[in-house]
Design a protein around this ligand. Structure first.
Ligand SMILES: [Zn+2]
Length: 441
């Protein structure tokens, strides 16, 4: 199974400028090869020359031009060869994807590749073989750069902001890529691991989650612990900032100027204020994405640290009957779907189990006696008493649903599931941007 691990890099100004110049050169090569490819394309249309066609559309056609280019433009030698090679390979792939789509071999239409504007998007540095051109000692990542005129090979050492996760071993790492998002540099490792298969894991500690409107989810475990997982409050403040920036950006008079390029083509250059606000907006959006991801992973890791199996209700709150503003403020919809993906992935990674239990009727069924409230329980009712005179137990709405979920999960995992799930301890989990703060309810 392949996955990617992204870790931020701590780079000094000098290191940043070295990485930038490497990226710029790879970008230059990409554009230069694209210009060549554009020429070859026209030539091929006129002559149908097989050799030209091969350079244009074979996997390595453009890559094979690099040695001659290096002789003509010695500055290319200052970048590590596999980084340059990958710039060529990615262009060849884009061309083949275009050709495939033109000949109906792809579902989606793909355009002929465009020139890459380095200022708009940093060109990533791709090292595509295990430990070739890069090395990691502790948190120090050493990248091999190119050679100077005297043939001396240069390297660059940068510190990772955090250590590799414990489950990534050296032999798992297949590739390494340096990227820049906003003003932050990061390394992406492509990790390949073979997970143990065919082994039936024994789940002794199980937890069931009931995702709902009020909380992010309510969890009840086979150990008698009930956990109210709070909604991530930070999303609200991010959304406020995003709305404010968006309206500022869109209201600011664009004052776009129409610019004519040397080749006669035209484009619109937005005003400086618009660009500034847009850059700020993109930055907030990126932070929101990162925080959300961290929230989901932190919760999932916490759950799997305590339990062997996690069951989640299959229902996704769709916000029926509530206003748009309420739905927006809850933001649960897509988050729940993503949370399930994260849970499934963390389970796979740690050799544990993940299950989705059928939620139908779990709220309206009394866990203790099985009585079903025929008309259901309205959303605003958070606590209720069982109408069965022989039972009449007092229920917390979400807790009762999660207890039913736990029974259903145990049953699905073929574990002993008769009897009641009792709750002996209640707590809350709040995510504060760094980790979880656990408190007693
Ligand atoms: Zn009852």
């Amino acid at each position: 199974m392949r996955s990617a691990v992204k870790i931020a890099l701590c780079v000094s100004e000098q290191q940043a400028s070295i990485l930038d110049s490497q990226s710029r050169i790879a970008n230059w090569l990409y554009n230069h090869l694209l210009e060549t490819a554009n020429g070859l394309r026209q030539q091929y249309r006129l002559t149908q020359d097989k050799g030209v066609g091969k350079t244009l559309s074979s996997e390595r056609g453009l890559r094979d031009l690099i040695p001659d280019l290096k002789a003509q433009h010695p500055f290319l030698k200052t970048v590590y060869s596999s980084v340059l090679k990958n710039a060529a390979l990615s262009l060849s792939k884009a061309i083949r994807d275009y050709q495939d789509s033109k000949h109906g071999r792809r579902a989606k239409a793909i355009n002929w590749p465009k020139f890459h504007a380095w200022k708009r998007k940093w060109f990533s540095l791709q090292y595509d073989e295990p430990w070739k051109g890069y090395d990691l000692q502790g948190r120090t990542l050493t990248l091999t750069l190119g050679k100077n005129a005297e043939g001396k090979q240069f390297t660059l050492s940068v510190e990772l902001a955090e250590a590799l996760p414990h489950w990534v071993k050296r032999e798992h790492i297949r590739q390494c890529r340096i990227v820049k998002e906003g003003h932050l540099y990061a390394v992406v490792f492509i990790v390949e691991r073979h997970l143990p298969t065919g082994k039936q894991l024994f789940a002794s500690k199980v937890v069931a989650l009931d995702p709902n409107h009020k909380n992010f989810a309510y969890a009840v475990g086979s150990d008698g612990k009930a956990t109210e997982i709070h909604n991530p409050y930070f999303l609200k403040s991010f959304d406020k900032r995003i709305d404010a920036l968006k309206s500022k950006r869109d209201h600011c008079q664009k004052k776009s100027r129409c610019i004519t390029r040397e080749d006669g083509s035209q484009f619109w250059l937005p005003s400086r204020r618009w660009l500034m606000l847009n850059a700020r907006l993109q930055n907030v959006l990126r932070k929101r994405r990162e925080q959300t991801k961290q929230f989901l992973y932190t919760i999932a890791n916490h759950l799997y640290a305590e339990y062997d199996a996690v069951g989640v209700g299959d229902y996704v709150p769709h916000g029926g009957g509530i206003t748009k503003a309420m739905r927006r403020s809850m933001n649960n919809q897509s988050l729940n779907g993503r949370f399930k993906d994260v849970l499934a992935w963390v389970a796979l990674r740690s050799g544990k189990q993940y299950h989705e239990w059928k939620e139908g009727g779990s709220t309206r069924t009394c866990h203790d006696c099985g009585w079903v409230v025929p008309e259901g329980i309205p959303v605003e009712v958070r606590e209720w008493d069982c109408p069965n005179p022989a039972c009449s137990r007092h229920h917390l709405r979400d807790e009762n649903a999660a207890r039913n979920g736990l029974t259903r999960t145990l049953k699905a995992l073929a574990l002993p599931c008769s009897g009641r799930r009792e709750v002996s301890f209640r707590r809350v989990w709040r995510f504060n941007g760094l980790g979880i703060r656990s408190g007693v309810r």
